[in-house]
Design a protein around this ligand. Structure first.
Ligand SMILES: NC(=O)C1=CN([C@@H]2O[C@H](COP(=O)(O)OP(=O)(O)OC[C@H]3O[C@@H](n4cnc5c(N)ncnc54)[C@H](O)[C@@H]3O)[C@@H](O)[C@H]2O)C=CC1
Ligand SMILES: O=C(O)CCC(=O)C(=O)O
Length: 454
């Protein structure tokens, strides 16, 4: 047994050394592949048909990456120049699908990690979607609506050659919300003279789906409910600490509040707010207006509501709670944060953001038997409803709120079932990281093997 583990560890080290050598300085991509291979390589050793096909080598090389210049004019009439990418990672089980991110720290390594994870997340949903991710180092913060519009139109002028309703269907991510998707879709339609569902997250009056805005946050909560239920627990009398205050964080908070959970923190890149009385629906409504329309800072919450305190330049993980939902960005919860959560007896950590926990933090949660729901499974509700938006566009039909929510709940239950099937550990334990990685892997690998060598 010990020999087998040592052999698996040796294989993991060798494989990841190759990844680092072939993809220099793409640290987030190295991290994502390491986490995945720590689950999948031991599985491969008992399932030879996959290892014979050199499947992991093929899966860690994107199908293609498009890199391009985006020039646009700011309100002062100056020419600005950004870089943009679309990483089309794998279309074995369906057209490429995944969001666009606008943030100054966007790089090829960040988009490759996101595209790689998207492949297996999308596979878990059970819908026919491949994986991709894209974006730009453009910073929407402080830009006028007109500047954002000119940037989006310029970006789409190039991107439109590489996407299509049966080829690649982008959506939103950090810095790309309803406003940006509208500008991007408007330009796509104008360039192609076709009204088709080539983007998701669209406005409701032009092909968007009900519940798409809510889906990622709601999905995280539905998934967490299954994890708790599986372990004889429920949301009753629970308190939640959440990071972020964007699309995922605010709808995660909303669903938790609907289900009777007390939500006490939210954050942005400048700091966090702690409201020991709990953030109720009225306060949340005010916050949504602040974040989505006024584009203000989270510190303003503490000026508006005297029950809350603002902590600049800090993260919310020091605040006691039963459940933690990191919903902001990658690597926002490290080993020290994990130790703080464990010392406050955290029961469950569910990743709303993509890879918000460092590898060391995840290992610490596993060691301390904290229930841990990884992003690939927990936050798949967003892309799942994007898939449902595509179906509605193809049918030229719109489903009711209830119908989409019902399907979202079914998909999250299905993802949980796969995690349980593939993540069974000793006794009654379930390793959700293994479950999500192996469950996603099997589906994509089966398709790749069926195609032969490609
Ligand atoms: N929008 C979606 O449907 C999905 C998003 N995700 C992931 O969820 C996370 C959040 O995305 P969205 O809510 O869509 O973006 P958003 O742009 O609506 O919100 C991002 C939030 O993160 C905060 N943030 C950004 N950088 C930060 C930093 N360095 N430290 C602390 N806070 C920071 C921002 O202030 C904002 O509150 C990302 O990891 C994204 O990839 C995952 C699945 C689907
Ligand atoms: O809705 C989509 O297509 C993409 C969502 C996304 O970017 C993600 O799941 O990380």
């Amino acid at each position: 047994m010990n020999n087998l583990i040592a052999h698996a560890n040796e294989k993991i080290e060798m494989f990841n050394q190759g990844i680092v050598e072939r993809n220099p300085a793409e640290y987030e991509f190295h991290q994502a592949v390491r986490e995945f291979t720590e689950s999948v390589i031991p599985f491969l050793m008992n399932h030879e048909k996959y290892s014979d096909g050199h499947i992991l080598e093929r899966m860690t090389e994107p199908d293609r990456i498009v890199i391009f210049r985006v020039c646009w004019e700011n309100d002062e009439g100056h020419i600005c120049c950004n870089r943009a990418w679309r990483v089309q990672f794998n279309n074995s089980i369906g057209p490429y699908k995944g969001g666009l991110r606008f943030h100054p720290n966007v790089s090829q390594g960040v988009l490759k990690f996101l595209g790689f994870e998207q492949v297996y997340k999308n596979a878990l949903t059970g819908l026919p979607m491949g994986g991709a991710k894209g974006g730009s180092n453009f910073d929407p913060k402080g830009k006028s609506d007109r500047e954002v519009m000119r940037f989006c139109q310029s970006l789409m002028t190039e991107l439109s050659r590489h996407i299509g309703e049966d080829t690649d269907i982008p959506a939103g991510d950090i810095g790309v919300g309803a406003r940006e998707i509208s500008y991007l879709f408007g330009q796509y339609k104008r360039l192609n003279n076709r009204f088709v569902g080539t983007l998701t997250g669209k406005g409701l009056s032009f092909g968007g789906s009900l519940i798409r805005a809510e889906a990622t946050g709601y999905g995280v909560v539905y998934f967490t409910q299954h994890v708790l239920h599986q372990h004889g627990q429920s949301f009753s009398d629970k308190t939640a600490v959440i990071s972020g205050s964007g699309n995922v964080a605010l709808f995660c908070a909303e669903k938790l509040i609907h289900l009777g959970v007390k939500v006490v923190t939210l954050s942005d890149s400048s700091g966090f707010i702690h409201d020991p009385d709990g953030i109720d629906l009225e306060k949340l409504h005010w916050l949504r207006e602040l974040k989505f329309n006024k584009r203000g800072r989270i510190s303003e919450y503490a000026q508006q509501f005297s029950t809350a305190k603002y902590y600049p330049d800090q993260r919310p993980w020091v605040i006691p709670g039963d459940m933690a939902f990191p919903c902001a960005t990658q690597n926002e919860l490290d080993l020290n944060d994990a130790k703080a959560l464990v010392s406050n007896h955290i029961l469950v950590v569910a990743e709303g953001a993509n890879m918000p926990c460092t590898l060391e933090a995840v290992r610490f949660f596993e060691e301390k038997e904290v229930l841990f729901a990884p992003a690939k499974a927990a936050n798949a509700g967003g892309v799942a409803v994007s898939g449902l938006e595509q179906s509605q566009n193809s049918q030229r039909f719109a489903w009711s709120r209830e119908e989409v929510d019902e399907r979202l709940q079914q998909i999250m239950a299905h993802i949980h079932k796969q995690c349980v099937e593939y993540g069974k550990g000793e006794g009654d334990t379930i390793n959700y990281v293994n479950g999500a990685n192996i469950g996603g892997f099997v589906k994509v690998a089966e398709a790749m093997l069926a195609y032969g060598i490609a």
